[in-house]
Each structure stands twice: as structure tokens, then as C-alpha cells.
Design a protein around this ligand. Structure first.
Ligand code: TRP
Ligand code: SF4
Length: 410
């Protein structure tokens, strides 16, 4: 099925989604079920921006950047294999858009160090990655760089895993602080004037009257009435609506938008040994892996340690294979495996066969989608070039507002 030539609604939709991944290795099925599958779904619903977070990768891999270089475009091929479609979403490369670094610098001025030291991943990762020296300025600042990534696109939604929720929270705090410090957009008064004109003489008069009433008495009826009036007005665009609402309430129009984490209720797929799937634990199946290797890896998966002989009954709860059934098998197959295990009616290799089949079935279309990009990597670069141009235009627009709000427009 080719969807790339159907007209796409997503670019015209205003609610922007932003997420990124670090290019530190081939993506695996844990990434697919934990994040990518969700990205693919979202590209049909909202205006999605997805980027290769190569600067983020440098915060932990500054001593072996070859890894990053090797994986940037490979990761994009994995995305395309998983079903991201350049006609439906914008894919780009972080380091090509230096505005991310500019916003990061400006946000850094007013961000207390304590905010960053308290982010849970800071200490966790230093503990976990003991072989790396992560007592660096870049690593401490990394969640603020992530905040800049998000805020520069005024993204409403950020699809991330649980482990990243604290970074989105920091992003919200950074946005709130920025808006508090630098408040309303430049030339707010003139722009309000222009928007008011669109309401017509009578409309503007009524609007002003109820604004005064609301600001003097806090009358919520006036507020609700005016908000309805604004929201339903056919001649105002989204920015004008927001501006007039800010004017009515006396808050101004926010320069930066507070995002929401879109936590993936994704099926969690653990690694072959039951621990978190990770290339460095050697328990992963890549998104593009050859058939023989997949078969072999699944056949070698450890099972319930109590099932030593074929005649020993087992307990699926103690078996990593069962976790795969939960993701890959329907109710009927699950019941078959559960019963067969508990009664020693089936052997572990029997139990694994439907999973081998399902994983291969899942990979088939991914390999097919990847094929043209693998044979012709120039197309991948073109996709990223086009996406980067689109993303840069948005980033530059935000930065104009940011500079003006701070007063750097001299
Ligand atoms: N920190 C994310 C990770 O390690 C990657 C990332 C960087 C990101 N910037 C982002 C995710 C912005 C979402 C939004 O997985
Ligand atoms: Fe695991 Fe299946 Fe073997 Fe039971 S039968 S131990 S669930 S592989």
C-alpha cells in the first residue's frame, strides 16, 4: 500500500507534535513497540516533527562520535522502515538547526542549576554509564537542550516514554519562567489593535466593555461570553484569538507554549532475556535483522528455569517468552501457550514458533520499505534536507519572537 501520494491533512493541522531519538545504534523492536509505532500512528493525526538528536548523543558519546556519524542516516532508514512517511511528517537533523543552541543559551540564563541537578535521569545515567565521564556541563544541561528542542517548535504534544516525563516537566517550567520574565510578545499593543479592528466597531466596543468589567470585578460571565465570541469569530486566526484572550485577561500572549507529555501506553517489549531491551545488553532484535538471526535468537531465548526437562511443567510468569506472547499473540495463541506450559503439553520450542512467525511477519514489510533507501541512500538525505528546511522555518519564526521578547532586536 502506498500512502505517500495521497493528499495529506497533517501539514495543515496546527497542533504540533515533537519528538527525537538519539542516533547511538541500530533501532530494535523495543524502540519500535515502545515509541516508533506510536510516532507512525500520530503522523496521520497531527502535524508531527521528528528529529535525529545528534547533539544529545554527543552529551554521552563525545569521545566516540564515529558511532553517531554511522547511525544518523541508518536511524532514519529504520524510521522509514517502521512506516514514517515523509509526505506525512517532518524529519530532520538537530545539528543543522543552530537555533536550537541559541534558544538553549537564552533559556540557560534564567534556569537555576538546581532544576537540572534534580532531574532524576542526571544521577541515574551517571550511575548506569560508569565507564563514561558524565560530570560535564553538557550532560547537566542536556534536559534544557531538550526543552529548547520542544519549545522552539511550540509543540503541544511530546510523545515520550515514562523515563522522559521529568524532561517535559522541566520544559514546562522553562516556558513558564520565560513567559513570566519576558512576558508578552513585542508590539503586543499594536497587534491587539489590529485584531480588534477585525471585530468590527460594535464587536470591539462590546469586547472592551466586558474586558473592563472582567478586570474590575472578575465577572466570569463576561469572561466566558467574550471567549466564546472570540473563539467563534470567523475572521480571526489562532494567534489572533490567543492574543485577544491574553489581552482580555491581562496576561499578554505567551511567547513560548507549555507542552504536554504524550505518554506512550505502548506495549512494552522486554529483551530476549527479560531485562530491558538494549543493544548493549546483547538481548535485542533489530528493526532490520535477517531472518536466520531472528530465528536463532528466539530459539535460544531463556525460558522458565524450572522447566528443565520437556516433561516439567512451567510458569509463563517466569518466562521472557511469555512477554513476547503478550505483545505478539492473540488471545487464542496466548491461551494455548499458557495451558501448554502449565501442563507440559508443549515444549518450549513449540511455544516459541508462533513468536518467530509473528516477528518475521512484522519485519517483512519493514524490510520492503527500507529496501529502496538502502540501495539509494541519497533519497534519505533528500528527505532530511527537505524536512530540515521545513523545521528551520518554524524555528526561525519562534526565535524572532524570542529575541524581540527579550529585547535583543537592536
Ligand atoms: N532525550 C530523548 C531520549 O534520550 C531524546 C530527545 C532529545 C527528545 N530531545 C527531545 C525527545 C525532544 C522528545 C523531545 O530519548
Ligand atoms: Fe516459556 Fe513457553 Fe517454555 Fe512455558 S512453554 S517456559 S512460556 S517458552
Amino acid at each position: 500500500m502506498s500512502v505517500s501520494d495521497t493528499p495529506t491533512p497533517s501539514h495543515t493541522q496546527t497542533e504540533r507534535v515533537l519528538s527525537g531519538m538519539r542516533p547511538t545504534g541500530a533501532l530494535h523492536l523495543g524502540h519500535y513497540h515502545g515509541a516508533l509505532k506510536n510516532w507512525v500512528r500520530l503522523q496521520d493525526e497531527l502535524n508531527c516533527f521528528y528529529f535525529v538528536a545528534d547533539w544529545h548523543a554527543l552529551t554521552t558519546h563525545y569521545e566516540n562520535r564515529e558511532v553517531i556519524e554511522k547511525n544518523v542516516y541508518e536511524m532514519v532508514i529504520d524510521w522509514l522502515a517502521a512506516g514514517l512517511d515523509p509526505a506525512k511528517c517532518t524529519m530532520f537533523l538537530q545539528s543543522r538547526i543552530p537555533e536550537h543552541a541559541e534558544l538553549f543559551t537564552l533559556l540557560a540564563m534564567g534556569t537555576p542549576i538546581g532544576w537540572l541537578e534534580r532531574v532524576p535521569t542526571y544521577k541515574d545515567q551517571q550511575e548506569k554509564l560508569k565507564d563514561k565521564d558524565l560530570t560535564t556541563y553538557g550532560f547537566l544541561g542536556y534536559p534544557l537542550l531538550q526543552a529548547a528542542d520542544i519549545l522552539i517548535y511550540r509543540a503541544k504534544h511530546v510523545p515520550v516514554g515514562e523515563d522522559q516525563a521529568s524532561h517535559v516537566e522541566l520544559t514546562r517550567e522553562a516556558a513558564r519562567r520565560f513567559n513570566h520574565l519576558y512576558g508578552r510578545e513585542a508590539d503586543f499593543a499594536q497587534r491587539v489593535e489590529a485584531s480588534l479592528e477585525k471585530l468590527g466597531k460594535d464587536g470591539a466596543k462590546r469586547f472592551e466593555k466586558s474586558r473592563k468589567k472582567f478586570q474590575e470585578t472578575g465577572d466570569t460571565k463576561s469572561l466566558e461570553g467574550a471567549m466564546d465570541f472570540i473563539n467563534q469569530h470567523p475572521d480571526l486566526d489562532a494567534a489572533e484569538k490567543e492574543r485577544l484572550q491574553g489581552y482580555f485577561k491581562g496576561t499578554g500572549k505567551a511567547v513560548l507554549v507549555e507542552p504536554q507529555a504524550l505518554l506512550t501506553e505502548a506495549s512494552r517489549l522486554p529483551g530476549l532475556d527479560g531485562a530491558k531491551m538494549s543493544k548493549s545488553y546483547n538481548n535485542a532484535i533489530a528493526i532490520r535483522e535477517d531472518k536466520a538471526s531472528i530465528e536463532q535468537k528466539i530459539k535460544r531465548m531463556p525460558t522458565d528455569p524450572a522447566r528443565i526437562k520437556r516433561t516439567d511443567a512451567g510458569d509463563p510468569a517466569r518466562c521472557p517468552v511469555w512477554q513476547f506472547h503478550k505483545v505478539y499473540s492473540n488471545a487464542e495463541t496466548q491461551a494455548w501457550a499458557d495451558q501448554g506450559c502449565r501442563s507440559a503439553g508443549i515444549g518450549c520450542l513449540d511455544c516459541k514458533q508462533p513468536i518467530i512467525d509473528a516477528v518475521l511477519r512484522e519485519q517483512q514489510p519493514m524490510l520492503e520499505r527500507a529496501e529502496p533507501y538502502v540501495t539509494n541512500p541519497a533519497i534519505v538525505r533528500e528527505i532530511i534536507d527537505a524536512g530540515t528546511d521545513r523545521a528551520r522555518a518554524v524555528a526561525q519564526e519562534t526565535m524572532r519572537d524570542v529575541r524581540a521578547a527579550i529585547g535583543l532586536a537592536y
